[in-house]
Design a protein around this ligand. Structure first.
Ligand code: ZN
Ligand code: FE
Length: 254
């Protein structure tokens, strides 16, 4: 069993530490900053083996060089981001299989938020580290790619096993949920999850992980085929990718 630690940093970022007690290997996912990672490694007496970067934004790679210098870890990121990831050692291509100890990690290309964005699927452990592509009840903004690209990327994630646990890189859940309710006010699963989310956030606790199953019933960006949602935003019987693009636009100004 892998141990996963969630480190809240900056305003609303999460860094994840994934530790395999069998091999002793440890990975840090999207280390925005180095200090809290170093402190946690020290506290648990873990050595850092890898950094897994999902994309090049500074709130995901800001701790790379310091961590590499102080721990000797190897830095992994997407092949098409290889020119803009500080300290990159391994440029991973889609469907390359990496591993943490004996735990396989499949790389999936998810362009949209940025062109080189990738996600890490721990296939045997049902874990997905999805950076800024998929959020709890939301998805990433379009900084470099098109709505169509991001929609295709999300289709790949949507088809992962329902029990897959979702670890995204930001705590945006409450705002995402408010938007979700605005486009699908009658969604009972959404109302129930929002009640739980509001309780967690009142205590400043993380709302991650979610699961693919939970996103399928609550996330509007996974629910562009919902007739109720389509009706609310005036997109009944439109192409799904166009419904998705409209949702993304609405969320941008929510
Ligand atoms: Zn980003
Ligand atoms: Fe980010």
């Amino acid at each position: 069993m892998l141990t996963i630690l969630t480190l809240p940093v900056l305003n609303d970022n999460y860094i994840y530490l994934v530790h395999d007690p069998v091999s002793g290997e440890t990975a840090a996912v999207d280390p925005a900053v180095a200090a809290p990672v170093l402190a946690m490694l020290k506290r648990h007496n873990w050595a850092l083996t890898y950094i897994l970067n999902t994309h090049h934004h500074s709130d995901h790679v800001g701790g790379n060089l310091e961590l590499k210098q102080k721990t000797g870890c190897k830095i992994i990121a997407g092949f098409s981001d290889r020119h803009r990831i500080p300290g990159i050692d391994i440029a991973a291509r889609e469907y390359d299989t990496l591993s943490l100890g004996k735990h396989p990690i499949q790389v999936i290309d998810t362009p949209g938020h940025t062109n080189g964005h990738i996600v890490y699927h721990f296939t045997n452990d049902s874990l997905l580290f999805c950076g800024d592509t998929l959020f709890v009840m939301g998805c990433g903004r379009l900084f470099e790619g098109s709505a169509e690209q991001l929609w295709h990327s999300l289709q790949k994630l949507k088809s992962l096993p329902a029990a897959t646990r979702i670890y995204c890189a930001h705590e945006y859940t409450q705002t995402n949920g408010r938007f979700a309710l605005s486009v699908e006010p009658g969604n009972q699963a959404l109302q129930q999850i929002m009640a739980i989310v509001n309780q967690l956030r009142a205590k400043h606790e993380p709302t991650v992980p979610s699961t693919i199953a939970q996103e399928l019933v609550t996330n509007p960006f996974f629910r562009e085929n919902s007739p109720a949602l389509q009706a609310t935003i005036g997109m009944t019987d439109k192409k799904l990718v166009d419904v998705f693009a409209r949702l993304r636009k609405l969320k941008d100004s929510f």
